[in-house]
Design a protein around this ligand. Structure first.
Ligand code: PMP
Length: 352
């Protein structure tokens, strides 16, 4: 079933086989992989990491209550986006569907792989245009649909029914990127609501809620067949030993990230309340993520004023429908205090 969606030449392609796929025993003498046998940094860093990231996948499995066989790990979720396109989309033939404004890498990786993009822009209220998406899917050339939930850069959650309606109408793969879902007030992963739709892939990352952006660990929940073909064809040592170990440590003691979440949400709401009072703010978009998108009178001016004071935010004004918008990531309390001071100074000069 999944096999029929894969690029034809991948069905029989054998991946690189490493010796440790065949034999991995506790006290073995490893003379198979041409590593330096001396471990200078300690902890086994002279050895290649586990290609299948078994311990980390077990930890993810117990944290999210998702079966081990449905989990695969990548070098950040960006690598998984690239790999999914390369597994399923034939360049020049298949297309990727996105919903602008959205995360930029779906388009970049598609075009990088010579796969064209079909864009079904969000409606003016930033909701999904379900009907247009379904109509366009009927043309039969869309192989992967990418939906980010909550969306980046708007921060808004799409109704689950809208996403599932598109996913069920799509005979190809639907990737639901839940990079920010852990910040949402009441969000259960759509993995548990996919019913018998085996073409739904949930994308997750350790870079946001789990506070490990430097470690480059992403993962997906997917049908076993998708996990198997990914594990067969990915670069064998794509996630380093230290990165796998860091991710295991964070997932095995979630108390710190749960505490962070409370603080981040508190600061997010404080920032929204502040922004809503400023005369140069036109609107603040509701956010279920760890950032806030705000529409202002002159985004270029605000962006450079903040930069002058050493505060770096993201000017999203070039994105579709996002003229004069700034995206602000929520920082620590003292960082938000400083941001608010600068916003107050800006307000004074705007009113004078
Ligand atoms: N998906 C979304 C929606 C993102 O915003 C980002 C990063 N900004 C990613 C994926 C990539 O995350 P990672 O660090 O895991 O590559």
């Amino acid at each position: 079933m999944i096999e029929s969606l894969l690029r034809k030449h991948l069905i029989s392609l054998k991946g690189y086989k490493c010796a440790r796929d065949e034999a991995d025993c506790a006290d073995a003498i490893y003379l198979d992989a041409n590593e330096n046998c001396y471990d200078h940094l300690g902890g086994g860093k002279n050895r290649y990491p586990d290609p299948k990231a078994v311990r980390l996948r077990e930890e993810i499995s117990s944290y999210f209550s998702v079966p081990f066989e449905n989990i695969a790990v990548s070098n950040g979720s960006d690598e998984m986006i690239d790999m999914l396109i390369r597994l399923f989309c034939t360049p020049g033939e298949d297309k990727v569907m996105i919903f602008s404004p959205t995360y930029g890498e779906y388009k970049v990786f598609s075009l990088f792989n010579a796969v064209d993009v079909v864009d079904i822009p969000l409606k003016p209220d930033f909701s999904l245009d379900v009907e247009r998406a379904k109509e366009r899917i009927k043309m039969g050339d869309v192989k992967i649909v990418f939906i980010t939930n909550p969306n980046n850069p708007t921060g808004m959650l799409f109704p689950k029914d809208d996403i599932l309606e598109i996913a069920d109408a799509n005979p190809g793969i639907t990737v639901i990127d839940e990079a920010y879902a852990e910040f949402a007030a009441s969000y259960g992963s759509l993995w548990n609501q996919r019913k018998d739709n085996r073409r739904i892939v949930i994308l997750k990352t350790m870079s946001k809620f789990f506070s490990l952006a430097s470690s480059r660990v992403g993962f997906m929940f997917a049908d076993e067949e998708i996990v198997d073909v990914y594990l067969r064809l990915k670069a064998p040592y794509n996630v380093s030993l230290s990165d796998q170990e860091d991710a295991i440590r964070v997932l095995s003691d979630p108390s710190s990230t749960e505490r962070d979440k409370d603080m981040i949400i508190k600061e997010r709401e404080r920032l929204i309340a502040k922004l809503e009072k400023l005369s140069f703010v036109i609107s603040v978009f509701p956010s279920e993520a760890n950032f806030v998108l705000v529409k202002v009178k002159d985004a270029y001016n605000l962006y450079s004023k903040l930069l002058e004071k050493g505060i770096i935010v993201r000017n999203r004004s070039k994105d579709y429908m996002l003229e004069n918008t700034i995206r602000i990531t929520i920082g620590k309390k003292e960082e938000m205090d400083r941001l608010m001071e600068v916003l107050d100074e800006e307000e004074k000069s705007a009113l004078s």
